[in-house]
Design a protein around this ligand. Sequence first.
Ligand code: CUA
Length: 196
Amino acid sequence: MADTHPDPLQRPLPDGIVPAEVVARTEKRWLGVMVAMLIVMMAVVVLTGMTHAISPPSNVETIDPTTLHLGGEFAESNLGTAQERDGSLTTRLVGGQYGFTPECTKVAADTPVKFRLTSMDVIHGFLLPSTNVNTMVVPGFVAEVRTRFARPGIYRMPCNEFCGAGHHGMWARVSVVPKDQFQSLAPTERSSCVQQ
Ligand code: CUA
């Protein structure tokens, strides 16, 4: 009789015990499924990064949050939108409890726009609905996001990281104006739209 074989490994398995080779085959299949999922997810990250400029934060640039107002890139006179030599725009903002400075920025449609942001206190979030702009604004770091607005309009930007009691009221605006209209504005009118 097989179930009295002197070697226990040679005896038939009791009911409910799955043979080792079946376990190994099932594990191999699941391993294959997981590797395939990883490949798909990596492909999504790479493809969306290349085709839609949606990419995980990779710009590690540090800054001292305690001296932002004293000088350098994020001094008050540098905030808002500036035009680069190549015609592209750079918009600089500082987040703080509970607002962005400047509260309204102006940019041109159909133009490459680079947002550079930092925080003076805690972590804030910067999100422009219907665009690829969505980043954390972490004190000590400069967040950089590149985009291009296809249509003029007012884009409201909520702070989307909980930052304290006034978080829900931390909103600002990006006013996107037609390209030709933007060019006819005076430099002070281009940098922000706070007075409007
Ligand atoms: Cu700032 Cu939430």
